[in-house]
Design a protein around this ligand. Structure first.
Ligand SMILES: Cc1cc2nc3c(=O)[nH]c(=O)nc-3n(C[C@H](O)[C@H](O)[C@H](O)COP(=O)(O)OP(=O)(O)OC[C@H]3O[C@@H](n4cnc5c(N)ncnc54)[C@H](O)[C@@H]3O)c2cc1C
Length: 596
């Protein structure tokens, strides 16, 4: 941790050790957080379940409107809104926990996220006092419904290439907006839009557009693969006159709003994907007990047990990463003066420091959910393919998670890209650390002391080595390509995967070690099995990615030497995966779903 900072900053996990006591874990939730989570769970049970069929299978997207009102009445739209504007002003751990629980609402989770997250937060963080007073109290209760309109038919990932224009009228009172926004969640019933347009055709800016301003029309509902109960439409602006006081932030600085809000969307999506993994296990595992083939329950078969164990272990590390990140964000935000006028703005700038972690948990957890849905369908066989069971819907619904809030390709580019930016700005001593690892790889290896292994010693060593592989490969690629590294997407993607695995393994280990330190090793036994399984699989994958990076970057003797170093770092004693699979599956089968 830097000497002049009271908290570890984003990406810093790669450079040193973290003590288990320093990380926030799901075991640390307090009574209040558990109560809020219960309220979200009750909402799903009481309000969503009875309308599940209409929402998800009849595609009644219009139900989103009354459901948002009900969520507002139950206080579920106000968590992110500061108390002085009628909200709860909750910490990030609570916000992520609610996202996780609300994910069980399926399509409505997306509806909820657009209202309480991306549609509200730009005003929380970037609004003027007058804008906050005018809009936030009504957004927090659901009296006013909102949407976030960034994407256009011609600009998705490349959001700043938007072609919607805003021109100041002659009287200087209004911006006149023209253009089309695409795939806008909640557009059908939103009464206002956080909408991006270019002032004079080139200054990317953000506006609060009320539907009643006129010149706003909504297209038909998109016919989607999944999340069929959520509204997704085009928003067309034809000479829509927006009062100048509804400019949000500064002219030409809309990208600051767009990118910062994406960070929040990403960590929330990470959390909701963890909820999705748990839901898939809860729906698939009991079926594998009930269904018999060849005279045995399905989950007596090794291949089914392996699926249960792999999904559970990945869910466990995803959950550890998500809440570790929540803790990092809360710790950084806690250093701010809460009474300062610009507290809200400063708090989103703290989140920005962790954009690497936000992208990592978005990619990692959405891909965990993809695995959970995929294996869930497979465990149910024919019924997995039929809508009588929800796995079929999870399989369709999860697909969007890898596309919105920045596609997983874009997020993979962000992870090493942001690390390099931080290194070049002198915020992270990354390149020095990378050089130290590379030098180490060229030296004669030492074989350390032999003795009785301590708790998870081998896995701790592997996780530390994964960080070294990440640093070494990024450093070697940066040295080879310099500025041009940003165009080496295949290398960057492999580096991103290694960095994510390093964070995943370390987060799972720290959570397990914290549990063992608090309640004894025996009570952390299942966690230890999951993290052992996960870490031994991850190092195999990282070995392959590392090899690819080196082969794409070096040649001849240099390649051979570095390959030897990589093999040394990726070396690990084999474990019996089948035994671990069996033990983990046994616990999950008994619990009829995810358990730690
Ligand atoms: C159901 C749904 C709800 C949505 N809700 C909203 C909303 O409320 N508000 C909003 O503003 N938007 C919303 N979106 C839009 C969503 O954010 C975009 O679809 C997403 O950002 C991707 O943009 P695109 O669809 O134009 O794909 P493209 O950008 O065209 O990408 C297509 C493919 O190319 C890849 N690609 C693109 N650029 C690169 C690159 N530089 N390097 C490598 N690969 C690249 C992508 O990863 C992807 O695989 C929603 C979309 C859907 C489907």
């Amino acid at each position: 941790m830097s000497e002049n900072r009271a908290y570890p900053t984003g990406g810093e996990f790669l450079l040193g050790d973290t003590a288990p006591s320093e990380v926030f874990t799901p075991e640390d939730f307090n009574e209040n957080q558990r109560m809020i989570s219960q309220a979200a769970s009750d909402f799903v049970e009481q309000k969503i379940e009875p309308r599940r069929e209409e929402l998800e299978y009849q595609g009644k997207t219009e139900l989103g409107e009354p459901l948002l009102k009900e969520a507002g009445e139950m206080g579920l739209l106000m968590v992110d809104v500061p108390e002085r504007f009628g909200g709860m002003g909750a910490d990030k751990a609570t916000i992520m926990l609610i996202s996780e629980v609300i994910s069980r609402a399926g399509s409505f989770a997306v509806t909820h996220g657009a209202q309480s997250g991306i549609g509200t937060l730009p005003i929380v963080y970037f609004g003027t006092q007058a804008q906050k007073e005018k809009y936030l109290p009504r957004l927090a209760t659901g009296e006013l419904l909102t949407a976030y309109a960034l994407t256009e038919p011609g600009s998705g990932s490349d959001a700043l290439a938007a072609s919607t224009t805003a021109v100041l009228n002659d009287a200087g009172t209004h911006y006149v907006l023209n253009g089309t926004k695409q795939y806008i969640t909640n557009a059908a019933y939103a009464e206002m839009f956080i909408l991006f347009a270019k002032v004079d055709g080139d200054k990317f800016s953000c506006f609060i557009v009320e539907k009643d301003f006129g010149g706003v029309s909504i297209g038909p509902e998109e016919k989607k693969m999944g999340i069929k109960g959520s509204s997704t439409c085009q928003v067309v602006l034809e000479d829509c006159a927006v009062p100048v006081e509804n400019l949000l932030g500064e002219i030409g600085r809309g990208h600051v709003i767009a990118f910062n809000i994406l960070n929040v969307g990403r960590f929330k999506l990470g959390a909701s994907s963890v909820g999705g993994c748990k839901a898939a296990l809860a729906d698939a595992v009991p079926y594998t007990s009930e269904r018999h083939q060849f005279g045995k329950p399905l989950n007596a078969f090794g291949l089914i047990r392996r699926k249960i164990a792999d999904v559970t272990a990945r869910t466990f590390v995803s959950e550890a990463m998500v809440y570790r990140t929540a803790g990092l964000l809360d710790r950084a935000i806690d250093t701010l003066d809460k009474s300062a006028d610009d507290y809200d703005l400063q708090s989103i700038l703290k989140v920005e420091e962790f954009s690497i972690e936000c992208s990592m948990i978005k990619v990692f957890a959405t891909e965990s959910m993809a695995l959970a849905a995929e294996e869930g369908v497979q465990m149910l066989g024919g019924y997995g393919y039929c809508s009588e069971y929800p796995l079929e819907r999870y399989y369709r619904d999860e697909r969007i998670n890898r596309i919105f809030e920045g596609t997983n390709e874009i997020n993979r580019m962000i992870i090493p890209g942001m690390l390099m930016r931080k290194a070049l700005k002198g915020e992270l001593a990354l390149l020095q650390a990378a050089k130290a690892v590379a030098d180490d790889l060229l030296s004669i290896p030492s074989f350390g002391e032999m003795g009785e292994p301590s708790f998870l010693e081998e896995e701790t060593k592997i996780a530390a080595n994964l960080k070294k592989i990440a640093l070494a490969t990024l450093g070697i690629a940066a040295q080879k390509y310099g500025e041009g590294l940003k165009d080496q997407q295949e290398i960057l993607s492999d580096v991103a995967d290694i960095i994510m695995e390093a964070y995943a393994c370390e987060s799972g280990l720290l959570r397990t070690q914290k549990k063992a330190e608090t309640d004894g090793e025996e009570s952390a036994a299942l966690m230890a099995r999951m993290v052992t399984l996960y870490v031994h699989d991850a190092v195999e994958r990282c070995g392959v990615w590392g090899r690819n990076i080196l082969a794409n970057t070096l040649a001849g003797d240099e390649l051979r030497t570095m390959m030897a170093g990589l093999r040394r770092l990726a070396k690990h004693d084999p474990v019996s995966r089948a035994k671990l699979h069996g033990e983990i599956a046994e616990a999950v089968i008994e619990a009829e779903g995810y358990t730690v």
